[in-house]
Write a protein that binds this ligand. Structure first.
Ligand code: C2O
Ligand code: CU
Length: 466
């Protein structure tokens, strides 16, 4: 904390016990245990039926794990689910053996068994964890949580809030809609689309905020397949990070931010409203906005004059220079799905006509191949500047995610590298985009659509960094 800021906040700390309370909670730890098991959650509001979910650590979402940057972390995973599972640490550039991908990296952790995940997160930021076994079922039942890698010197804020935004498909008794789990129709269309949006497992929460308060709000789209187009009404929010990586602070255009499944955005918000004022956060649809949360200004004022300290994050080691003159380019053609006209594809080393593919629940293909292959999409040497030209030749948008690395999506114009770093990006139907990264993390890394029904239905491959 800079002295100037301390003078400003010091006087009000006594009035705002929440401020001091959250500072303590922000302290990171190195060791955690996470048990995954069936349990109950109230997703539809007090007085209404609870939902049978699967959860980490007894809650939905699982506990927020706060870990220090650049120090080893140990997480003991205890699988008490009725099926095998693994854990994946989405967006963290960790050692390959800890990436949690079954078959490619590790054996599935059987029901009743444990696995110790140990890794050192090199980059600060907002990441999340989820299973990588039957993800389309396990995530739909509530298995996900947020992992935050603390900056050594974060910008000053009063509170650091996490919002895991989910999209549930519930029946009228508030149960998980189970008949449609694994439904081919969803797999060939836009994935499992829900009917109930929650933030941290709560429907339309009211978050009490205080006058003059500075909030860091970490948004995570944990939905199976829904693209979250969010609008913050009446508040000026700055984006300071995307997919965990710092960006030059910028005001949200029209208060809007779009998050594909798997993506994150860190926002900074200074609360300027009057006591009692409410600011809605909406999920924007073609027909209008659905309110999913409210910021409600209390009659407490944390400070009269807003903080003027910088909201910019320190750079991460992920922010490397990319020499485009030395890059190797590969192609990835995405085909299939409803209205896609896919006729045939390789599946398990043999060409199959679409009718037969569907019997294997495969409807998407990457470079003519449905699902995982024994050979990688490509091999590159460690350090190689690598580009993948992605051709989305079908009728659907997709949220492409590369494990173990961050990449840039090449921009039009004079500075192709001007865009932010991502680990997941949205590619529209019919679009072609090129992503570039330095393949500096050795191992076998998955590349797949994070609409997890699409992954299961064939939209997955892997690359090998030697
Ligand atoms: Cu968040 Cu392979 O996934
Ligand atoms: Cu997809």
């Amino acid at each position: 904390m800079k002295r100037r800021d301390f003078l400003k906040t010091g006087a009000v700390l006594a009035l705002a016990p929440m401020t001091t309370g959250t500072r303590a909670a922000v302290r990171p730890a190195n060791e955690f245990s996470l048990m995954a098991r069936p349990g109950q959650a109230n997703l539809v509001g007090q007085g209404n039926p609870t939902t049978e979910v699967w959860q980490y650590g007894g809650t939905v979402p699982g506990p927020v794990l706060r870990v220090p940057q650049g120090k080893p972390v140990r997480i003991r995973f205890d699988n008490q689910l009725p099926q095998p599972s693994t854990m994946h640490w989405h967006g963290i550039r960790l050692a390959n053996a800890m990436d949690g991908v079954p078959k490619l990296i590790q054996k599935e952790v059987q029901s009743g068994k444990q696995f110790l995940y140990e890794f050192t997160p090199p980059d600060a930021g907002t990441y999340w964890y989820h299973p990588h076994s039957r993800t389309w079922e396990q995530m739909a039942r509530g298995l996900y949580g947020v992992i935050i890698v603390n900056e050594d010197k974060p910008p000053l804020v009063d509170r650091d809030l996490v919002w895991a935004v989910d999209d549930w498909l519930l029946n009228e008794q508030a149960g998980i809609e189970e008949r449609s789990l694994g439904a081919m129709h969803d797999w060939a269309h836009g994935g499992r689309q829900g009917n109930w949006i929650t933030i941290n497992g709560e429907p339309e929460p009211e978050v009490i905020v205080h006058g003059g308060e500075r909030l860091r709000l970490r948004l995570v789209n944990v939905a199976n397949a829904r693209i979250m187009d969010l609008r913050f009404k009446g508040v000026e929010a700055h984006t300071i990070a995307l997919d965990g990586q710092p960006v030059a602070p910028e005001v949200l255009p029209e208060g809007r931010v779009t998050l594909a499944p798997g993506q994150r955005a860190d926002l900074m918000i200074d609360i300027t409203g009057k006591p009692g004022q409410r600011f809605a956060v909406e999920y924007v649809t073609r027909r209008g906005g659905v309110k999913i949360a409210h910021l409600v200004v209390s009659n407490k004022t944390v400070r009269k004059h807003l903080l003027t300290s910088s909201i910019e994050l320190p750079p991460n080691p992920a922010d490397v220079a990319l020499d485009l003159k030395r890059m190797k380019t590969f192609e990835l053609k995405m085909e299939g799905g409803a209205m896609g006209g896919l006729r045939e594809a390789f599946y398990k080393d043999r060409v199959m006509p679409i009718r037969e593919l569907v019997q294997h629940k495969q409807v998407w293909a990457l470079n003519g191949q449905a699902g995982m292959t024994r050979k990688p999409l490509f091999r590159v040497r460690r350090g190689q500047v690598t580009a993948i030209r992605i051709i989305n030749d079908n009728s659907w948008p997709h949220a492409m995610h590369l494990h173990g690395h961050h990449f840039k999506v090449l921009q039009e114009g004079s500075n192709p590298l001007a865009g932010p770093w991502h680990d997941t990006f949205l590619i529209g139907a019919g679009e072609t985009r090129t992503i570039v990264f330095r393949a500096d993390n050795p191992g076998r890394w998955l590349l797949h659509c994070h609409m997890v029904e699409h992954t299961a239905a064939g939209m997955v491959t892997w690359v090998h960094v030697r």
